[in-house]
Design a protein around this ligand. Structure first.
Ligand code: SF4
Length: 359
């Protein structure tokens, strides 16, 4: 027999209950509730809340380092639209590779395919293919050679600000939180950095969080968000310092130029635009459902789940079935500023003598 023995939270505002522990027969299973599960459900609840209450493009789990990509991952990124947002939306609903934007190909300048993006041939070809698929690059043949041209000018003002949010629902288990926040403040890729927690925030907590970091208390059951402390504005247009590994007597530091930061910010914004936050795979289980906002839900255990952690044949209630039918693109289009499947802006250019070729 199944017992749900701790259900401390009231009905969620979306009609969602949070289950913390489950007994299965004589054994106790951690199925829907591990610390990772808790962070996952908190993160998705906050993404959904921000999508519903702001005009931001919301994404999650994005690389936020420059010198050592992958060393820092921000939990949530909010991209605040800028004056060219509609132009950007009309190009493609996928990510435009930043290297395609920064490379020598332009609207009026085609370049040999091999020169279109800086970098090793192994990585540049994938980025070129992605830019072609996004309808940002087009291929022309001149004298038997492929040349690359941009289909439109890149709208550099399409985003105004980047908001970085680090989630730590339980501040009694802070882990590397303080250091992660110091990395963000020192580097200054985000205009503001915010810590979001479900814990009651005390003065002692605030004293351990860098002063520039804003603090939100967010209740993932009721959707209530309280601003405990406003964030400081960071200097995104000046050089920054990326903190590296800690050693016994020193910490590695890596200077990052303002140009590198500008490109990194554009890369983050593009990744956020292409990725969104519903980047999970729904389980092949008869009990799986989606909430109206797209969050994965288990009808059997009556809670939001992390399919990657909770849903496999180890789950005692796993019942093989087709995953729930959902269209996350339509959902995202309906609920956010992101536009699904825009018409595109490809120009069928004629009179090629108007343009300059470069080898
Ligand atoms: S496998 Fe099925 S029953 Fe088990 S947690 Fe996932 S959706 Fe629920």
């Amino acid at each position: 027999m199944l017992f749900l023995n701790e259900m401390p939270h009231p009905e969620h505002s979306w009609g969602i209950k949070v289950v913390t522990n489950i007994n299965w027969g004589n054994s106790r299973i951690s199925l829907p509730h591990t610390s990772d599960q808790e962070e996952f459900t908190f993160e998705l609840a906050l993404c959904s809340h921000l999508e519903a209450t702001t005009e931001w493009v919301i994404s999650r789990q994005l690389g936020a380092a420059v010198a050592h990509p992958g060393r820092r991952v921000i939990d949530i990124c909010g991209v605040v639209p800028g004056s060219d947002f509609d132009t950007r939306s009309s190009i493609t609903d996928t990510r435009i590779p930043e290297r395609a934007v920064a490379g020598p190909a332009g609207v009026g300048t085609s370049v040999r395919r091999s020169n279109a993006i800086d970098g090793s041939p192994q990585t540049t070809e994938a980025a070129i293919e992605q830019a072609i698929a996004a309808d940002f690059f087009t291929v022309e043949n001149h004298s038997g050679h492929d040349h690359i041209r941009q289909t439109t000018r890149y709208p550099t003002e399409w985003f105004d600000r980047l908001i970085g949010i680090e989630n730590k629902p339980d501040l009694t288990r802070p882990g590397d939180l303080t250091r992660q926040l110091r990395v963000d403040i020192s580097l200054g890729l985000f205009n503001t950095v915010i810590l979001a927690t479900e814990t009651h925030v005390t003065r002692a907590h605030l004293n351990r969080i860098p002063d520039a970091v804003g603090v939100w208390q967010f209740d993932s059951d009721t959707d209530d968000r309280t601003v405990i402390r406003q964030p400081a504005e960071l200097k995104t247009e000046t050089p920054g310092i990326e903190l590296g590994s800690d050693h016994s007597d020193h910490t590695e530091v890596h200077p990052v130029s303002s140009k590198e930061k500008l490109r990194a910010r554009r890369r983050i914004a593009e990744r956020a635009y292409g990725k969104g936050w519903r980047n999970y795979t729904l389980p092949t289980c008869a009990h799986a459902e989606t909430q109206p906002d797209g969050r994965p839900y288990c009808a059997k255990f009556d809670c939001v789940i992390n399919p990657a952690q909770s849903c496999d044949t180890d789950c005692p209630e796993y019942t093989h079935a087709e995953p729930p039918d959902w269209d996350k693109n339509i959902l995202r289009d309906t609920r956010s500023p992101w536009t699904h499947n825009p018409p595109g802006v490809r120009r069928r250019q004629s009179g090629l003598d108007r343009f300059r070729w470069a080898n």
